[in-house]
Design a protein around this ligand. Structure first.
Ligand SMILES: Cc1cc2nc3c(=O)[nH]c(=O)nc-3n(C[C@H](O)[C@H](O)[C@H](O)COP(=O)(O)O)c2cc1C
Length: 280
């Protein structure tokens, strides 16, 4: 899917732009609050490979090429997934502040998504619910107990991915669970639930879409008091990724393996200073 591997050009390679509030866009304080919420998104090894820029009413999410882990993410795909998750957070923050936006993923080298103004409509109850739990979401690598995840909550997770144009397969068939658990080097169990998140395709913009769906799934899980862990090991090396795709069986390219269950909540992890994410 990807073009050339990103590497080392750094933020200084970005063209210089004027501050958006000078041109009548959103105020700096609002923008920085939104960025602070956006960066609560997950990223591979907490690499935080994103930057944000306002251009009038539009907010851009940019890949920070210096923060794409070269060994763990050679094609930059997982970093685009992370940027998609941050874009979803931004869209929630903007919606609850009365700024309806549409997320437009791109295949460009630097700008991975644009959040463009949409016709005004009040934030939906789902957006408000997900926004409320945004600060509490975290990856949980603890041992999960074997309490079953209720069917209604499983359905809600699957719907969350589908509503963002992606697919979440929660594995129930024991032989598929065995195969995927072996690929992902995880214990074989149907509770906690193993899931595979797949994108619509395998282009750069599909990775961003998968990130949007990922964050919607993760926040939905958080709202339901589920613990989630994220595994990208099985989707980095093409041969292993292909085995995973075959095991899930529908042909869409897998983007991540997720595990949902019950475990005590942990404290949120730290993020870099907001100023390092704002690009102006
Ligand atoms: C694309 C992507 C890949 C990830 N891969 C892994 C992984 O293989 N193993 C893991 O334990 N966590 C993985 N994570 C979770 C990150 O380590 C986690 O998001 C980061 O440390 C920040 O912590 P938080 O999610 O609690 O905010 C991944 C997250 C993303 C978005």
């Amino acid at each position: 899917m990807e073009g050339p591997r990103p590497g080392g050009t750094g933020p200084s390679a970005l063209p210089v732009r004027r501050r958006a509030d000078e041109a009548g866009g959103m105020e700096t304080a609002t923008f920085e609050t939104l960025v602070g919420e956006a960066v609560r998104a997950p990223s591979l090894n907490n690499s935080q490979p994103w930057r944000f820029r306002r251009l009038g009413d539009t907010v851009e999410v940019l890949l920070d090429l210096d923060r794409v882990p070269p060994d763990a993410d050679p094609a930059g795909r997982l970093s685009r997934v992370a940027c998609g998750a941050a874009a979803f957070n931004l869209s929630l923050g903007m919606a609850v502040r009365g700024r309806s936006v549409t997320i437009r993923p791109t295949t460009e080298d630097l700008v991975v998504a644009r959040l463009v103004a949409a016709p005004h409509r009040p934030a939906t109850p789902v957006q408000r619910r997900l926004y409320r739990v945004l600060p509490a979401r975290h990856s949980n690598r603890s041992e999960f107990d074997d309490t079953p995840v209720p069917a209604a909550i499983r359905d809600e997770l699957v719907r969350a991915a589908r509503d963002e144009g992606c697919r979440l397969d929660l594995l129930a068939d024991p032989s598929t669970v065995d195969t995927v658990a072996a690929i992902a080097l995880l214990p074989r169990a149907t509770d906690p639930v193993l899931g595979v998140l797949s994108g619509p395709g395998d282009r750069r913009d599909d990775a961003v879409r998968a990130g949007v769906a990922l964050q919607r799934v993760l926040l939905t899980a958080t709202a339901e008091r589920l613990a989630v862990s994220v595994f990208s090991g099985p989707v980095v090396e093409p041969g292993i990724r292909e085995r995973l795709r075959t095991a899930v069986g529908h042909g869409h390219p897998p983007q991540l393996v997720l595990r949902f269950g019950y475990a005590p909540a942990l404290a949120p992890t730290a993020r870099r200073n907001i100023s390092s994410f704002v690009y102006e």
